[in-house]
Design a protein around this ligand. Structure first.
Ligand code: GTR
Length: 325
């Protein structure tokens, strides 16, 4: 009798514990430098909804947009150490940390958006994704970021010669510093959040980014001349802290992976629409868009490739990208 009641007690306790686990929710914090409504922010929200639904509410994503948790470089540290669980960041600030991210950040490495998608969805994309593990991160998705081009407050850029001596803020990556130098201009790496006032006060002449960033960060207000030289097409990375990932069961990891994959399709659709919308908006507000001949820009990139694509692994990746049709 005594024996039976002990067993019953243990069963009751186990049931109570299970019920406790089932109702507990783990909230995962995610960072993004962009404002609410930006395609990356919306894609991560969508990911969060799918995860919540498919784990019956055991996991939820709390998104901190507009750099509420800090500038990109700082949030990279936060997600590596597990202070935050998730982060959506450009791949360029990873260049010094993960050599493989150098390759998709190189100027004119992609022939078109379609080429970039094929590469990132293929074997080279898998290789880059795997490399994130070396620094304590799990790559969940690559998102679109279109092409980056120069814009400035001084004059229209109609040719490479027009860039001479100008001062541009670049994203925090040595590739970008060397690229701007190879084009005959000067680069100042600085956090995204400081760019607007740096242009406004004349500390720099301009910066470089895609239309949605140029528009939503309001840089178009202070730098009216946008030149479509499309020098890089660096994809965005959506990453998870390895320490948070390792706490998931294999079943939940599969749910997270699938949700991330579905969020890519959503982000690409939102991205295409946002590029059109932002371009129309800045043009209506008075931005002047020029289209310089890209060939001299491409021809000037030799030193950047020589300096940043040194070892055999990266060389093979560059060749593999060129071979993707
Ligand atoms: C944007 C990118 C951001 C950030 C920004 C920048 O295109 O989406 O993550 O890296 O550029 O230039 O700092």
């Amino acid at each position: 009798m005594l024996h039976f009641s002990r067993l019953a007690g243990a069963a009751l306790l186990a049931a109570a514990l299970m019920a406790g686990t089932a109702s507990a929710q783990t909230v995962l914090r995610s960072s993004d430098t962009h404002p609410d409504g930006y395609p990356t922010v919306e894609a991560v929200k969508y990911f969060g909804e799918l995860v919540k639904e498919r784990t019956a509410g055991r996991y939820a994503v709390e998104l901190y947009h507009s750099a509420q948790l800090g500038e990109e470089k700082d949030t990279i540290e936060q997600v590596r150490t597990g202070v935050i669980d998730l982060n959506r960041i450009s791949m360029a600030p990873f260049n010094g940390l993960i050599p493989e991210t150098t390759v998709p950040s190189l100027p004119y490495i992609f022939r078109s958006e379609d080429h970039m998608h094929k590469v990132m969805d293929g074997a080279v994309g898998d290789q880059i994704a795997a490399a994130f593990e070396q620094v304590g991160l799990v790559l969940l998705a690559f998102y679109d970021s279109g092409a980056r081009s120069f814009y400035n407050s001084k004059k229209p850029i109609n040719s490479l010669a027009d860039l001479a001596g100008m001062k541009f803020r670049v994203i925090q990556s040595d590739i970008f510093v060397d690229m701007v130098a190879a084009l005959g201009a000067n680069a100042t790496p600085m956090p995204y959040g400081e760019v607007y006032s740096a242009i406004e006060t004349g500390v720099i002449d301009g910066a470089e980014n895609n239309f949605p960033s140029y528009d939503t960060a309001k840089h178009a207000e202070v730098a009216k001349f946008y030149s479509l030289d499309e020098h890089t097409m660096v994809p965005e990375a959506f990453v998870m802290a390895k320490s948070s990932w390792d706490k998931l069961t294999p079943e939940d990891q599969a749910i997270f992976k699938a949700a991330a994959k579905e969020s890519v399709a959503r982000q690409r659709e939102l991205w295409t629409a946002k590029v059109k919308e932002s371009r129309a908006k800045v043009e209506a507000a008075g931005s002047q868009i020029t289209t310089p001949d890209k060939q001299p820009f491409i021809d000037a990139m030799g030193p950047v490739y020589e300096k940043h694509v040194k070892d055999d692994k990266l060389k093979a990746m560059v060749e593999a990208i060129k071979a993707v049709q």
